[in-house]
Design a protein around this ligand. Structure first.
Ligand code: RP5
Length: 185
């Protein structure tokens, strides 16, 4: 796209609204509310650990639908390579983002107050055939794994990232090696 970014997207991407690592994000993390951040920050932490440039911001499917569409439409032209989208309840954000971009969309079901995130999970995982959303576990584990999955995708064309991912896995081997039940009561 050669047209300028729509004003509502420029407005949404201003520094006060966005958490960023690096000037040119490769991964966008979006969520329906700032109340999702305690969950979705687990994705940001992983990307920071792997030094993957990212941006994180609130984009609501039902409260800011125009922004959601603009964000999705401009994600690829802006250089993003994947979008991690988290939402709770009737969680249509990941699916609607996926409807407007061919970038991989990684969906994170955020725990909801009424149904503990089962509603979020079903809303995200049950995409009809043709427009996929890769759906992860409910909550922080899902957010972290979505980021690890994004790292794995980026590692396909980045050898150093691949090595960092292998080292991360090796740390988990070492952690299990260090586990002992010998003194457990
Ligand atoms: C969804 O509604 C959000 O993703 C969030 O999980 C949920 C509740 O939002 P708040 O009422 O906390 O803003 O859109």
């Amino acid at each position: 796209m050669t047209a300028p970014l729509p004003p509502l997207l420029v407005q949404a991407l201003r520094d006060e609204r966005v958490r960023r690592l690096g000037a040119q994000p490769l991964v966008g993390i979006v969520m329906g509310s700032s109340s999702d951040w305690p969950t979705m920050s687990a994705a940001a932490q992983i990307l920071e650990q792997f030094a993957v440039p990212y941006e994180a911001l609130v984009v609501s499917a039902h409260r800011t639908p125009d922004l959601m569409f603009a964000y999705a439409e401009w994600a690829k032209p802006r250089g993003l390579q994947a979008i991690i989208a988290g939402a709770g309840g009737a969680a249509h954000l990941p699916g609607m983002i996926a409807a407007k971009t061919t970038l991989p969309v990684l969906g994170v079901p955020v725990p909801s107050r009424a149904l503990s995130g089962l509603d979020s999970l079903y809303s995200i995982v049950q995409m009809p055939k043709g427009v996929p959303v890769a759906t992860f576990a409910i909550g922080e584990a899902g957010a972290a794994n979505a980021a690890l999955f994004a790292v794995a995708m980026l590692a396909g064309s980045n050898r150093l990232l691949g090595e960092a991912l292998a080292a991360f896995r090796q740390e988990q081997v070492a952690a299990v090696d260090a586990m002992s039940l010998a003194e457990a009561s």
